[in-house]
Design a protein around this ligand. Structure first.
Ligand code: PLP
Length: 390
């Protein structure tokens, strides 16, 4: 699987250019295309509708997720919005309780005004999805792992339940990446990506994607992609393709490093608990051990002990950068309560277990020993600072 997948990352849809032999697809900047006579074009007419660089990216995206139809967008949220515009007022969606904050905001503060309602469940128990289903429910939207608690769902079981109810199963595969799991093969109907993260992988391009094997839904999404117009620029498409060439390599390295770091964090002074699906103690470990072939992902959440000084911890880090986002070559760290999940109320966060000391680490491709040294120094300073000030 890995070798085949790595080859797909480099070659899918990217034959040397027929005209010049260039081994890298050109960036087509033209916004419009000459027509021999009105309505007779060579496959392209206007760049919002379709563009050769975007077309190549979409071939790559489809190949990564094993989907026949792939569409790219200007951001992950643009992809999500376009998909959700296929719903109509009165429709109901079952979601997961620690959904990415931006997706939660889209449902809660944008789509709710357009008559779309949601019920959030803890889908670690797939029966919760069935329980929340109403006659108006048309879709179940899950992430696995979730953010930042790294809860693991049984995608295949949830897809079965959703199909028995006649609904669509949507999986946001941003955190896991198609290197670890391909939700369409597990029964999902649509895969969503924030391509800004692992697919791009270099913190230099914002993008999104939808991938499906449902031809009828794909036709509707293609219509919406053009009608709504939240498309990526040709340069963004090119950057994403360039990033994807090393996706398999990067993710394998990040997974291997994360396993080493998570095992170290479990016994590190100043750390109260570690959430990492690759650790045998994680409650989703059994699912990922089989599905991800022994890998545990490259995201780690951990909680500092109550008397550690969080501020000092972040300020002492030298290699790991405090920033939102994830999935890039450089390691990024953040405090969800103050950053990615700051828009949630304290009560909502507490109910989920997102405490003020919970830290989320996206492991990059640096030498794992350097990252451990950086964390050790920062943990030591966080503990030392408390004892001094206390
Ligand atoms: C899981 C997940 N889905 C979707 C998004 C939204 O993607 P974007 O920021 O590219 O709009 C993000 C962004 O952080 C995310 O983490």
């Amino acid at each position: 699987m890995t070798e085949e997948f790595a080859t797909t990352c480099v070659h899918a849809g990217q034959e040397p250019d027929a005209g010049t032999g260039a081994v890298v697809p050109p960036i087509h900047l033209a916004t419009t295309y000459a027509q021999e006579s009105p309505g007779h074009n060579r496959g392209y007419e206007y760049s919002r509708t379709d563009n050769p660089t975007r077309h190549t990216l979409e071939t790559v995206l489809g190949a990564l997720e094993g989907g026949e139809h792939a569409l790219s967008f200007a951001s992950g949220l643009a992809a999500e919005t376009t998909l959700l515009l296929a719903l109509k007022p009165g429709d109901h969606v079952v979601t997961v309780d620690d959904l990415y904050g931006g997706t939660h905001r889209l449902f809660d503060r944008v789509l709710a005004d357009h008559g779309i309602t949601t019920t959030a469940v803890d889908a670690r128990n797939p029966e919760e999805v069935a329980r929340a289903w109403t006659p108006e429910t048309v879709m179940c939207w899950i992430e696995s792992p979730t953010n930042p608690l790294l809860k693991i769902m049984d995608i295949a079981k949830i897809a079965d339940i959703v199909h028995a109810k006649g609904g669509l199963c949507v999986v946001d595969n941003t955190f896991a990446t198609p290197v670890l799991q391909q939700p369409l093969a597990l029964g999902a109907d649509v895969v969503v990506h924030s391509a800004t993260k692992y697919l791009g992988g270099h913190s230099d391009v914002v993008g999104g994607a939808l991938i499906t094997n449902d031809a009828k839904l794909a036709a509707k999404l293609r219509f919406l992609q053009n009608a709504v117009g939240a498309v990526p620029s040709p340069f963004d498409c090119w950057l994403l393709m360039r990033g994807i060439k090393t996706l398999a390599l990067r993710v394998e390295r990040q997974n291997a490093s994360a396993a080493i770091i998570a095992a170290w964090l479990e016994h590190a002074p100043g750390v109260a608990r570690v959430l990492y699906p690759g650790l045998p103690g994680h409650e989703g470990h059994e699912i990922v051990a089989a599905l991800w072939k022994g890998r545990g992902g490259a995201m780690i959440s951990f909680e500092l002990v109550p008397d550690a000084n969080c501020d000092v911890f972040f300020k002492t880090l030298r290699i790991i950068t405090c920033a939102e986002s994830l999935g890039a070559v450089e390691s990024l760290i953040e405090l969800p309560a103050a950053m990615t999940h700051g828009a949630m109320s304290q009560e909502q966060r507490e109910a989920l277990g997102i405490t003020d000391h919970l830290v989320r680490l996206s492991v990059g491709i640096e030498e794992p020993e350097d990252l451990i040294d950086d964390l050790a120094r920062a943990l030591d300073a966080a503990l030392h600072s408390t004892s001094q000030s206390g």
